[in-house]
Design a protein around this ligand. Sequence first.
Ligand SMILES: Nc1ncnc2c1ncn2[C@@H]1O[C@H](COP(=O)(O)OP(=O)(O)OP(=O)(O)O)[C@@H](O)[C@H]1O
Ligand SMILES: [Mg+2]
Length: 515
Amino acid sequence: MHSQILCKSTAAAVAARRMRNILGAVLGRDGWTWRSHEVKLLSTSSGDTVTIGEISYQLKTPRSPELVPVKHISDSIPQTVAQHLRWIMQKDLLGQDVFLIGPPGPLRRSIAMQYLELTRREVEYVALSRDTTETDLKQRREIRAGTAFYIDQCAVRAATEGRILVLEGLEKAERNVLPVLNNLLENREMQLEDGRFLMSAERYDKLLQDHTKEELDAWKIVRVSEDFRVIALGLPVPKYKGNPLDPPLRSRFQARDMFYLPFKDQLELLYTAGPNVAAERVSQLLSLATTLCSQESSTLGLPDFPMDNLPPALQILNVFPMLSSQQLVQRLYPYNSILGKEGRTAVEGVLSRFELLDGRHQPAPSDVLSVSSSRDVEHHADVTLRVADKDVTFQVPAGTKELRPPHSSPAFISTPSHAQLLAEMMQSHMVKDMCLIGPKGCGKSVIAREFAEMLGYSIEPVMLYQFVTCDVMKEGSAPRQLNQLGERRSRQTAHSGERSIFLTEDTSLNRSPLI
Ligand SMILES: Nc1ncnc2c1ncn2[C@@H]1O[C@H](COP(=O)(O)OP(=O)(O)OP(=O)(O)O)[C@@H](O)[C@H]1O
Ligand SMILES: [Mg+2]
């Protein structure tokens, strides 16, 4: 408010700005001049409009409503997210493509999808990988009934239909793949393998003044929609592993840093996820996570804490408030298994700083007592666990086969440590997928099988080797199993081990489900 009165270049204005910077940190973002942006949907006679702060976007009716993302927007959008959405909207209105950069986790994708949902735009989504090739983005040649056809892929479909192309994992693409998009990004033009030529809406419309549509069709010129945009998502390289973007491509995007949500917003999210958990405990856990994601921790060589797994962890704490925080942290961040001695000491130092070293005093769930079909919800099971002489019953998803009571398999010997692990897996199953890490032959497969049989799941084992490419995962040599794996992903345990390169390589730890 003072800056409005003071002239920008005076010493007083400089002092006011400094004060604002200092006080901003104390008062929080809303405390001083950070304006809050409200996201509103207005219906007027000329159509629906979305406004974020003072920026407004006129909605169009999507031609393929099934491609418009849904259920990404929450009821109360945190201010930081509203600011990101507003920025994307500004760039969108200017016709610019955006690149959202940030640490591993679903936040960037979620914000992109929220934007598309808000503005009712159709999406063409592609997760880039080392195996993505030019043809995956442009056109693929397919043979049907003995004849070869060119089938448009995501980038071409998005350009011609006026959709938003979401390119996830820009840092994973091989160097020569993305430059095929250079011209499409810069001039909205692209030569296709089938002889067609994509041309920007502006140039096409100009040509249309002198020529007929039939002529342009005969010349195989296709109009790129003026609504076509690209939203790229990626990790900052370096810091994370990946291919740095080549400068010409980078310059075609407007980039925005999307770091984790601020402490206050995260805290609110966590309070909602675990209303029964003591507020102090929530803030201790969040402080730990924030510390482990800080620059200092990464200088020490500690991997990032998977911040986005905190809400599901809080959901578990909500049902089991007696659980030890330390053990819960172990599940999200298995520092004992993945770090050396120095790293472990460092993490324990942080744990003790936030009074989270309670593993020895607090009980762990010791056994699964019973598993029975849930009466109220289909394909769910009621599971009872014993935690420190108390029995706790909760609901988890279950398979379609008949459930099998615990301790009834002749092939599985329930040792105390395996019984405890099974009980912990039941807890994690309530909220997320999981990954079992352990030395060779320690019983991971046996436990996964026992877990699946208890809950009536069928198992689809997939051996992962280094040469298993993403294409194989999607449609290659074992399509049936892998498709089923995809469908059941949320209902099955991921099998990990020394051979499972996919789960142990690169950033998977940051995305790893609960353990
Ligand atoms: N609780 C148990 N009850 C019965 N058998 C067990 C148990 N734990 C381990 N075993 C036996 O130990 C052997 C190794 O177990 P398993 O194959 O599950 O290990 P793994 O961790 O999956 O090994 P890998 O890393 O090689 O995949 C199996 O032959 C299994 O029968
Ligand atoms: Mg195994």
